[in-house]
Design a protein around this ligand. Structure first.
Ligand code: 5GP
Length: 207
């Protein structure tokens, strides 16, 4: 029996290069929950293979600033020289329609979401070691050495803020991390503060 009528907002963060995207894709493949991914807006240029509207909405600085001034973002942040933001309307509409929504964002943005939506579920995806993170960023082959260094520095700051999250998931293997995140999402759907009122209504006033 499904008791939640409003979707759960799941905020997935963690250092750039830790493998959030890969894990997220696996979760979407296998989860039995109705999950929607919130596509962010960014001023970063597309990487090879990235698709506008699917991976990001790629926009100019001007467009980003205008959206920001119009209050169109749930959160936004500057990350290693580029702007990133979560479109507010999309998230709200999907949650209201009963869908779980997953954001994949860096820590500064996650902390902004925590202020306005404290009952969201905050998951920090962590690397098994800094060496492994370095290896993964280099292996991705999309960053020049200066940007690799920038992302490693940022990762240290982000790991320092991991205590702000409800859950820490070590991405040692994609399979393990995926299983842990799916278990966390399942648990959110059974939280008493989300389901108890609806349950009582159903059980005590069935008509
Ligand atoms: P990348 O350039 O590697 O795609 O993303 C850089 C960082 O920005 C990653 O940690 C990614 O999760 C984060 N990010 C992507 N979209 C958003 C967003 O809408 N808001 C925030 N705050 N961070 C984002």
């Amino acid at each position: 029996m499904e008791l939640i009528d409003k979707g759960v907002l799941i905020v997935l963060s963690g250092p750039s290069g830790v493998g959030k995207g890969t894990v997220r894709a696996k979760v979407f493949e296998e989860s039995h929950h109705s999950l929607a991914y919130s596509v962010s807006m960014t001023t970063r240029k597309p990487r090879v293979g990235e698709v506008d509207g699917k991976d990001y909405f790629f926009v100019t600085h001007e467009v980003f600033k205008q959206r920001l001034a119009e209050g169109k973002f749930l959160e936004h942040a500057e990350f290693v020289g580029h702007f990133y933001g979560t479109p507010l309307d999309d998230v709200q509409k999907r949650l209201d329609a009963g869908k779980d929504v997953m954001l994949e964002i860096e820590v500064e943005g996650a902390l902004q979401v925590k202020k306005v939506m404290p009952d969201a579920c905050f998951i920090f995806v962590a690397p098994p070691s800094m060496d492994e993170l370095h290896y993964r960023i280099i292996n991705r082959g999309t960053e020049d050495p200066a940007r690799v260094a920038g992302r490693m520095k940022k990762a240290e700051v982000e790991i320092g803020l991991a205590h702000e999250y409800d859950y820490i998931v070590i991405n040692d293997t994609v399979e393990n991390a995926k299983n842990r995140i799916m278990a966390i999402i399942d648990a959110q759907h059974s939280r008493s503060d989300r389901v108890l009122e609806g349950y009582r209504q159903k059980i005590l006033n069935p008509n």
